[in-house]
Design a protein around this ligand. Structure first.
Ligand code: ATP
Ligand code: MG
Ligand code: MG
Ligand code: MG
Length: 437
């Protein structure tokens, strides 16, 4: 993308209510525009990141055997009356009345809707296990929307729903999501720690929140330091195998959010390994058995011919929250430092003198060569001062910068800069491309 033809409204002004660094940086780099309390337009640069995160999540869900579909944002009240949640959900639910005085709502989550889809088609245990997911906008009328996209009212969530015949099988489905989540967050350059979370009135031990540590996090969290060094299961994991050891390896360590925190248990960890910190909830997985299938009559026939309510779980990832969360984890005093996997562009190409024909020609050729190598390139072909170009590139945080100037052209080299380490080197373009790929 040529910057002269792009829409990148970088701004120096940050509104006073942008309290945390990720929110400030997202506004300064023109990633989002606030249109109302907790409601945002995703500007081109921000939208690219959102899509990259969504795609990583999609690939890891698919790898774990989940199947993508798309449910609507607007739902009918009837389904929620069936499950009993229409009244329980309270003021966080945005309720809408259509022209026929029908009660509707903007979905804050989709358990009811997916249960209705399921019961309409699936009648036999033979169709199980099944895991269906989508990535769709949700609306929750948060009492205090804040921190930019991290606590929005309209936000993008990936939500998956598993269906199994038995509790044991449901646990296997849960384990798949547990591992897929660790792989997905790892690919985004994040250390997300699975922590025991509150299961509410349903009880049981099967709920984990995935937390990234950040001083600006809204939850108090406690864990064993060893959790920070555990590698993700890896993309070669066999999702058809029994994953209980893979999960146990991580759940054996102490890790809990405030609601589940047990000071006595925590105290048993050696003092130097006790981590007490703030965290951001980027994902949440939950087994809830027959909570929806029973009242909504979603049953399947067993091999013996009996009809039993299906065992369900749900699995959410805050796709739009992650954009802010990743910036909280990845920035320095000069701006954002994107992990390459989610960067809006992988390379920023800077032409030092776009009006000098020799420089422009070499820069244009470099632009073509980088794109031919399959890289996402933002090509700064503006005729602004080099200093402001460098600052802007640092601010928007692309992992690599390639600078084309008259001196380098004479020597047949370009300057390659790594945004994270700050390391610079001069080398031929072909070698620079190899490094960046
Ligand atoms: P929180 O505790 O932050 O209010 P939650 O527990 O209510 O989140 P879930 O119902 O578990 O949220 O939804 C799944 C995921 O959706 C969360 O883990 C989070 O990443 C994301 N999410 C929830 N609420 C918001 C929001 N208001 N803005 C952005 N992302 C959100
Ligand atoms: Mg909430
Ligand atoms: Mg929560
Ligand atoms: Mg949650």
């Amino acid at each position: 993308m040529r910057l002269t033809r792009y829409f990148l409204p970088v701004s120096k002004d940050v509104p006073a209510d942008a309290a945390i660094i990720s929110h400030q940086l997202m506004l300064r780099t023109g990633m989002v525009r606030q249109n109302g309390a907790g409601i945002y337009t995703w500007l081109p640069l921000g939208f690219r990141v959102l899509q990259k995160i969504e795609q990583i999540v999609r690939e890891e869900m698919d790898r774990a055997g989940a199947i993508e579909l798309l449910m609507p944002t607007i739902q009918q009240a009837e389904l929620w009356q069936e499950s009993g949640r229409y009244d329980d959900y309270g003021k966080e639910m945005l309720r809408i009345t259509d022209r026929h005085e029908r009660e509707m709502l903007f979905g804050p989550t989709n358990e009811e809707l997916i249960t209705d889809v399921f019961r309409s088609y699936v009648k036999s245990y033979k169709a199980l296990p099944l895991n269906l997911y989508h990535t769709q906008w949700k609306f929750r009328d948060e009492i205090r929307p804040r921190f930019g996209v991290m606590r929005g009212r309209e936000f993008l969530m990936k939500d998956a729903y598993s269906f199994d015949l038995t509790e044991e099988a449901a646990r296997a489905s849960y384990n798949k999501m547990f591992c897929a989540y660790l792989n997905a967050f790892d690919r985004m350059g994040l250390t997300a720690i699975p922590m025991q979370a509150d299961t509410g009135p349903i009880g049981g031990d099967l709920s984990h929140e995935f937390i990234i540590l950040a001083d600006t996090g809204e939850s108090a969290v406690f864990c064993d330091k060893a959790m920070l060094d555990l590698p993700a299961p890896g993309l070669d994991l066999d999702f058809d195998a029994d994953l209980s050891d893979e999960v146990a390896k991580r759940t054996d360590f102490y890790a809990a959010t405030e609601e589940k925190h047990d000071e006595a248990e925590f105290g048993k960890i050696p003092a130097e390994r006790q981590v007490s910190a703030r965290g951001i909830e980027v994902g949440h997985i939950f087994f809830f058995g027959t909570k929806y299938s029973k009242p909504m009559n979603a049953t399947v026939q067993t091999a013996d011919g009996a009809n039993v309510p299906v065992q369900m779980g749900s699995y959410g990832i805050g796709v739009s929250r992650l954009v802010g969360g990743i910036i909280e984890a990845c920035h320095d005093e000069n701006g954002i430092v994107w992990p390459q996997s989610v960067a809006p562009f992988e390379v920023g190409l800077i032409s030092m003198r776009p009006k000098d024909e020799a420089v422009a020609t070499v820069a244009d050729e470099a632009y073509d060569a980088l794109q031919a190598a399959g890289l996402d390139v933002l090509y700064d072909d503006t005729d602004e001062r080099p200093g402001s170009k460098f600052n802007r590139m640092d601010l928007i945080g692309l992992p690599w910068q390639i600078v084309i100037g008259p001196r380098g052209i004479e020597n047949g080299v370009v300057e390659l800069k790594n945004r994270k380490s700050g390391e610079k080197s001069e080398l031929p373009l072909t070698e620079a491309i190899e490094k960046v790929k």
